[in-house]
Design a protein around this ligand. Structure first.
Ligand code: KMT
Ligand code: NI
Length: 174
């Protein structure tokens, strides 16, 4: 895992877009993001899922040959959104980028690779993209039913109760 400020330059979303400015782990913690390095350690992933009472999961292989409608789906993953639940992702193979909004509403890019487990809080604005290899295999964990409900950023999402709660929690730490 490596986190850095997104460079905001035009061009393919799958390029690193690395501004060269690193984001420190405490900053991510203050955004409410948890990260663990668990290479080949499904036992620990299972324990974390159990502790947080996650009941369901699925496995997704994001690549042009395994995911029907790949280009369209990758475009959708990259549309800024939030969820009303925590989002837990465990990378089994390949890599990818999650971009999350920092406190000043600028993008932090988080590079994930095999063995990375990331937990994003409900209500955080984010987006995802594969990298130039076009390959991400991941386990997605869900609290209840494996439902996929991204709420796109807009006037409504800004007043969503999970968004409001998230901001309250985020802005109460340093
Ligand atoms: C998301 O929230 O955009 C995703 O879950 C992307 C696919 S999982 C690597
Ligand atoms: Ni999401």
């Amino acid at each position: 895992m490596r986190a850095y400020w997104y460079d905001n330059l035009p061009g393919d979303q799958r390029l690193p877009h690395d501004s060269g400015r690193t984001v420190d782990p405490t900053y991510l913690t203050n955004l409410g993001i948890l990260h663990y390095e668990l290479p080949n350690d499904l036992d620990t992933v299972n324990r974390i899922a159990a502790e947080r009472a996650y009941k369901n999961r699925d496995e997704i292989e994001i690549s042009p040959s395994t995911l029907p409608g790949y280009e369209e789906k990758v475009k959708n993953f990259f549309a800024e959104h939030l969820h009303e639940d925590e989002e837990i992702r465990y990378i089994l193979a390949g890599g990818g980028y999650f971009d999350v909004r920092g406190k000043e509403d600028d993008w932090v890019r988080i590079r994930l690779e095999q063995g990375d487990l990331m937990i994003m809080p409900a209500g955080i604005y984010h987006r995802f993209t594969t990298d130039e290899q076009n390959y991400t295999k991941a386990i997605r964990l869900f609290k209840d039913e494996p439902k996929w409900t991204p709420i796109k950023r807009g006037e409504e999402s800004d007043v969503n109760e999970h968004r409001v709660e998230y901001l309250k929690a985020r802005d109460s730490v340093s």
